[in-house]
Design a protein around this ligand. Structure first.
Ligand SMILES: [Zn+2]
Length: 169
């Protein structure tokens, strides 16, 4: 089922999400909905808070569903390694129409669980490292805007407020 994606300004996006403790049918349904919604957007990553669900779950697929078997589903993920530095443009389905260059580590290793509660370890470099950090940020109530210099962030937030005032956000 497609679900609406909440946008910048909603409290759920600024609130640390809660750990998943039940690996039940409702978690499977949530992950299915997250994938459908991400592919329809389209996007390469989505975190549960973006669907107004305050749980530590995210999905990533750099192929946007074009190749099978490339979906990464992470429940309760945490970083175990982070190194290097990369500077690339980044956007977010919750901040549509805005992009900015965000500094991020160039390699990360993340440990988490799959939908059944089994441990998974994912290593990513380049775009995958960026996507993992972007989604884990969401689970901590952070948007890519929070990684920008204040001046740059304020400029975007001002434009979003203007859009909201005219009912276009
Ligand atoms: Zn995002």
């Amino acid at each position: 089922m497609l679900r609406p994606i909440v946008k910048h300004g909603e409290r759920v996006l600024q609130t640390p999400a809660l750990p998943v403790t039940q690996f039940d049918e409702s978690l499977h349904t949530l992950v299915d909905d997250m994938l459908q919604t991400m592919y329809a957007a389209p996007g390469i990553g989505l975190a549960a808070p973006q669907l107004d669900i305050p749980l530590r779950v995210c999905v990533i697929d750099l192929t946007v569903g074009k190749r099978g078997g490339e979906v990464i589903t992470l429940v309760n993920p945490v970083f175990v390694e982070r190194d290097g530095m990369q500077l690339e443009e980044e956007g977010c389905l919750s901040v549509p129409g805005f992009q900015a260059t965000v500094p991020r580590p160039s390699r990360v290793v993340v440990k988490g669980q799959d939908v059944h509660g089994h441990e998974v370890v994912v290593e990513g470099t380049g775009l995958l490292a960026r996507a993992l950090q972007h989604e884990l940020d969401h689970l901590d109530g952070r948007l890519f805007l929070d990684r920008l210099r204040a001046l740059q962030r304020d400029l975007i937030v001002k434009k979003i407020r203007k859009l909201r005032r005219v009912g276009k956000w």
